[in-house]
Design a protein around this ligand. Structure first.
Ligand code: SAH
Length: 354
């Protein structure tokens, strides 16, 4: 039994089942036993590989997309460059290297990281010296702002609801014998956030709600609406919300039982991009429809970047570049499951890639 499993089992014994969101929050963010307190999370020796860890081309291309938004904003002398959940800091380092080629951008950009894990903050500081760290978006300084988040929203805790006998129940985490597992309870207050048009789904259906995704995107959007700027959110998920169970646990690149070893596996859920767009628009910004990652990256210049790198590479290097390009864009890899959504202040013209 992991130490965290013991802690959670005692808590459930004392006060009853906890929501799936509480369970995820404890497993991912517990100050001592939480998953993200470990260092070896990402990469081939970790539990999963994210796009910036697949290829430097990902961050370079996205850095130029953001620098282009800075140009259309009128090249403000100072711009906050904010990343939510920066992991190892690879995306920001690649973005800054590429965007430094745009005259004036590097001097204007002030890097801000929103990161909950102390371990990861230390890794980020090595990759990106001079950044400032925050617990959430509320302490980001006023002024023009660019935001990026890759695989941040899928890590935010979700609630699940299940319909049985014509009624919706919350899928909570309780003790089933001496094991942790799902039990149905009365829905808590967050059920009010469930998409109204899905409530008539048939018996057996499952709905998911991610309050953190709604509130973080609303916070970003109201800052952009007030001060001008653009955000790019990249993650796997639905362009349009649908019923279904997407809660999953990953360990060493394989799916695992989410209740077996709390704190030792990554827990995630698909992101509902229509909910993020809706929350952003309610907060006063404009959202694009979600694009597929493969099409988005190719439209904004990933192919051109790959070509440029390949020209000076050995034949082995060329093979590697081609396989990275395929990994990021092919429909059977990250190309269509991953989506991209842009949110901007209303004065900015439509962004490239959508
Ligand atoms: N963007 C990185 C890492 C993705 S993993 C990449 O693409 O490789 C998710 C990241 O979000 C981690 O850095 C994790 O510590 C951070 N994170 C998760 N939940 C968070 C929260 N509620 N507040 C701040 N950071 C969070």
């Amino acid at each position: 039994m992991t130490p965290l499993k013991n802690i959670l089992a005692r808590r459930i014994e004392a006060t009853g089942p906890i929501s799936l969101a509480d369970y995820m929050a404890e497993c991912l963010m517990h100050p001592k036993h939480g998953y993200y307190q470990r260092e070896r999370v990402f990469g081939s020796d970790g539990d999963f590989i994210t796009a910036p860890e697949v290829s430097q081309m990902f961050g370079e291309t996205i850095g130029l997309w953001l620098a282009d938004r800075w140009i259309v904003m009128g090249r403000p002398a100072r711009v906050n460059l904010v990343e939510l959940g920066p992991g190892r800091g690879t995306l920001m380092a690649d973005m800054l290297r590429a965007a430094a080629k745009v005259p004036g951008f590097k001097d204007a950009a002030q890097v801000h990281f929103i990161e909950a894990s102390e371990q990861l903050r230390a890794l980020q500081a090595e990759k990106v010296p001079g950044a400032t760290w925050h617990d959430d978006f509320s302490s980001i300084p006023e002024g023009p702002t660019l935001v990026v988040a890759n695989e941040f929203f899928d890590a935010l805790p979700i609630h699940q609801y299940e319909k049985q006998g014509g009624k919706w129940f919350e899928r909570s985490v309780g003790l089933v014998g001496d094991r942790l597992g799902f039990v149905l309870t009365q829905p808590g207050a967050q059920f009010a956030l469930a998409p109204a048009h899905l409530l008539s789904a048939p018996d057996g259906s499952l709905l998911e709600v991610c309050p953190g995704a709604i509130s973080s995107s609303a916070n970003v959007a109201s800052h952009l609406a007030a001060h001008g700027g653009a955000a790019l959110f990249i993650d796997y998920g639905y362009a349009i919300s649908a019923p279904g169970d997407t809660f999953q646990a990953l360990k060493a690149h394989a799916f695992t039982d989410p209740f077996a070893e709390p704190g030792k596996a990554d827990l995630t859920a698909h992101v509902a991009f229509d909910r993020i767009a809706e929350a952003s628009e309610s907060a006063g910004a404009k959202a694009t429809p979600a694009a597929e990652q493969g099409a988005f990256l190719m439209t904004i210049g990933l192919g051109v970047r790959a070509q440029a790198l390949a020209e000076t590479a050995s034949s082995k290097g060329q093979e590697r570049i081609l396989s990275e390009l395929k990994r990021l864009t092919a429909p059977d890899e990250m190309g269509t499951l991953f989506k991209v959504l842009a949110v901007q202040s209303s004065a900015l013209p439509k962004p490239p890639g959508f």
